[in-house]
Design a protein. Structure first.
Length: 111
């Protein structure tokens, strides 16, 4: 009898924690030896991301263009006041309507 999905997930997590340095070292070595494969993987992941989340991409591009052209001015983080902010979209159909959050609070909000 095999492991349940949850058991396998827990095992993999524990294994990674115990062998983290070795896993990272091996991954870096593989990437250095296979730059073309790495590039192909990155391109496929980027295309997949743009297909799956096309509304997110369109909203991000529209907001970046509006900021660059001066139509939208970045604010400060609405939580802590940090001037280094990212726009958080609540509704991707309104790309210029965002809440400005610092990277820390943006990650917390996305959880």
């Amino acid at each position: 009898m095999g492991y349940t999905k949850e058991e396998r997930k827990n095992y993999n997590h524990l294994y990674y924690q115990l062998h983290k340095e070795k896993i990272i070292k091996n991954a870096i070595e593989w990437q250095e030896k296979n730059p073309e494969k790495v590039k192909q993987i990155q391109i496929k992941a980027h295309i997949k991301e743009r297909i799956i989340h096309s509304d997110h991409c369109k909203a991000r591009v529209a907001l970046n263009w509006a900021v660059h052209s001066g139509k939208v001015v970045k604010g400060v983080c609405e939580v802590c006041g940090d001037p280094h902010v990212e726009g958080h979209h609540f509704d991707y159909t309104q790309p210029l309507k965002v809440n400005w959050l610092c990277p820390k609070h943006h990650r917390e909000w996305e959880k």
